[in-house]
Design a protein around this ligand. Sequence first.
Ligand code: SAM
Ligand code: SF4
Ligand code: F3S
Length: 448
Amino acid sequence: MAKKVYIRSFGCQMNEYDSAKMADVLAEAFGTESTDRPEDADIILFNTCSVRENAQERVFHHLGRVRHLKELNPDLVIGVGGCVASQEGATIVKRAAYVDVVFGPQTLHRLPQLIALRRASGTSQVDVSFPSIEKFDHFPHARTEAGSAFVSIMEGCSKFCSFCIVPFTRGEEVSRPIEDVLAEAAGLAAQGVKEITLLGQNVNAYAGRFADPAAPDQADLAFLIETLAELPGIERIRYTTSHPREMTQRLIDVYERVPKLVSHLHLPVQSGADRVLAAMKRGYTALEYKSIVRRLREVRPDLSLSSDFIVGFPGESDADFEATLRLIDELGFCDSYSFLYSPRPGTRAAELSDDTPAEVKEERLARLQQKIEARDLSSRRELIGKVERVLVEGHAKKDPAELAGRTGSNRTVNFAGPANLVGEFADVRISAAMPHTLRGEWLDKRPL
Ligand code: SAM
Ligand code: SF4
Ligand code: F3S
């Protein structure tokens, strides 16, 4: 019987992408299959995240909950990967000796070797080095039956925003060569993938080398998107996450030329107050951010915008917070990831003094979230009666008899339709707006 691997992701989309690749490399090396029950697993992996509070403690809590499984099955392999592993390294094994392997975001492709070494040597293995981006050369060819797929185009981050741990856990920005990215995308398109999401911590900092010496020095994201749009079969292109500092005019112009690039952008702003943005070391002002959105909407009037916000950054005053609310009113974000600031050990902001009481911060966060939710609901209500083209991703979460599709503007629509629409485009008329989703009616009722 095939060995089973249980992988739990705690982090961002890159972390989830890495988890999928861990499953792929183990399947290729050991013929493992995935399970969602840790008690059935021969290998248990936690792919950790350290972006917010108590990340380290949470990892040990989850490890503690699977420890007894090792007593039942001494051959069980327990591994910790991801950003906490990258930071803590061997400390994890010191504190939890039953952990067999510790690996980082850049060494996950070495998992089979680490597990084999652990078995041969009898000692726990730790490898949290940063061997550039060699990992991509070791992943098996992506196999998928889905209509949409992620393609990672770069690793790491060199921005060092004062609050953020990511540059320490994932290393500096490195882009994959452009031919590799295009070959992977073409391979996915040949398997029926219609939508590609380009993935990276700062995708618009992409600077991919060409293998051909006669080619220009480097390709930027604008060039990559235009080239991808030419690939037969690719109908939609998304990218995430991007940084306002690298939202170049070249990239903005692509919105005018390439209709396959969706009318949705996730562009984290973090705050609407220049004082706070400067203390965060974000490298732009609120006015510069607004200018980017204005220029984008000039060429794409229907662009929907989502963002990340940090509330309660050290020294954020009432007036600063009001400036963030004003920015939200002005630009109309349809969705947000908003969290209270959490000091990350080792970052510059962790040394800043902060005298805003916790209740004030929580009240600010609640106000910001209410504002964005209200705006989101009203913008989704405006869609009622309109026809939207969705890419059908699978069955609806709440009612598996229904299908769930995603619009170009990144909204989920649930509707009744046949299962063989999964992976295909469908036209649906929007009939209702629920708190987080839309309902629709499939317009093509012909049997497929
Ligand atoms: N590279 C992306 C960018 O700069 O916009 C964001 C990547 S980061 C993993 C995702 C989000 O986590 C950030 O946009 C920020 O809002 C949030 N975040 C990062 N560090 C944080 C901290 N110390 N406290 C609270 N939120 C944090
Ligand atoms: Fe973190 Fe800033 Fe890099 Fe984003 S750009 S990952 S917030 S350091
Ligand atoms: Fe978390 Fe690492 Fe992603 S810290 S948000 S898993 S890059």
